[in-house]
Ligand binder design. Structure first.
Ligand SMILES: [Mg+2]
Length: 310
């Protein structure tokens, strides 16, 4: 493990360093709190052993600075205060500053070893929790079947993209996609076949979008493409490319049968001084999708005011 030690006393510093190095740790050394903080910021370490009394910045001050720095990061650091003070008031002060543990100075080798092991164990637990939290966060944003963004994730990034496109004075386009006759596929071939179709359509859509575009699963057999910077014509072009690729797929089912599917597309884009909020934009794409269904499916419709086009 990489350990940073901070101590203004040369003898105690050397002893600590030697002990830790003998145990196989990589040791960084600082002669006071300020130097320790600079070293820490340059070379983040998981464990810090710091003296209490030091010039410039004392142990508790260093603890506070480390805690402050760690806000918003997911790298925990474990801090052990090295001190000859042992009154409960001082302990409370050190803990309040963010120290995780204490070692009385001069340290006993066995005690140091035990406290280090304890620190490693707690760091491992913290890291496991952080990993689990990040995985939960990822799962909460992902559609498990297709691996695409789910609706919640789409809404979040749409909000950001809307803001960004408004700032950059560029259009924002969306395309709503709905598989044709999906219920019949499920009824006739079973839900596993339906799942396979959804996966294949998802990867077809992903293959057709441009860099910076993204696609998510909006609902059961509905997908949404988001095309930052795309005007209505570009949206319709991307949608048409997707439509042709979906139509050209031959999806092999477990019984060997080859299935062909198609999808309908509704595209809408907004720009200029009268640009509309993204939720309204999605409604427009939905409306255009409805026109595509009405007109016989397997086609792209562009939202243009009250009138269908494309
Ligand atoms: Mg000191």
């Amino acid at each position: 493990m990489k350990i940073l030690i901070a101590d203004d006393d040369a003898v105690s510093r050397r002893l600590l360093r030697q002990t830790l190095e003998n145990w196989g740790h990589e040791v960084l050394v600082a002669r006071d709190g300020r130097e320790a903080l600079e070293t820490f910021l340059d070379h983040p370490v998981r464990l810090v052993i710091t003296d209490w009394m030091m010039p410039h910045l004392d142990g508790p001050g260093l603890c506070r600075a480390i805690v402050e720095h760690q806000k918003g990061t997911s790298d925990p650091t474990y801090v052990i205060l090295l001190t000859s003070r042992d009154s409960t008031g001082d302990l409370a002060h050190g803990l309040g500053a963010g120290a995780n543990d204490f070692i009385a100075k001069p340290f006993k080798t066995e005690e140091l070893r035990a406290r280090l092991r304890n620190g490693e164990r707690i760091l491992a637990l913290q890291e496991e929790l952080i990993r689990a939290r990040e995985e939960m966060r990822r799962l909460a944003m992902t559609d498990p079947l297709t691996g695409l963004f789910n609706r919640r994730a789409m809404l979040q990034s749409l909000r950001r993209d809307e803001e960004r496109m408004r700032r950059e004075r560029r259009p924002l386009g969306v395309v709503m996609v709905d598989l044709d006759y999906f219920k019949e596929i499920n009824d006739r071939h079973g839900h596993l076949a339906g799942d396979r179709v959804l996966e294949r359509v998802a990867s077809s859509l992903e293959a057709c979008i441009r860099g910076g575009d993204y696609v998510g699963r909006w609902g059961g057999e509905e997908f949404l493409l988001v095309l930052p910077g795309a005007d209505a014509v570009q949206c319709a072009e991307v949608a048409e490319r997707c439509r042709r690729l979906v139509e050209s797929q031959r999806i092999r089912l477990d019984d060997g049968m080859l299935l062909r599917v198609s999808a309908s597309f509704g595209a809408a884009s907004t720009e200029g001084p009268d640009r509309i909020p993204y939720l309204d934009l999605i409604n427009q794409a939905d409306e255009a999708l409805y026109w595509a269904k009405e007109a016989g499916r397997n086609r792209v419709k562009l939202f243009v005011g009250e009138r269908a086009d494309a």
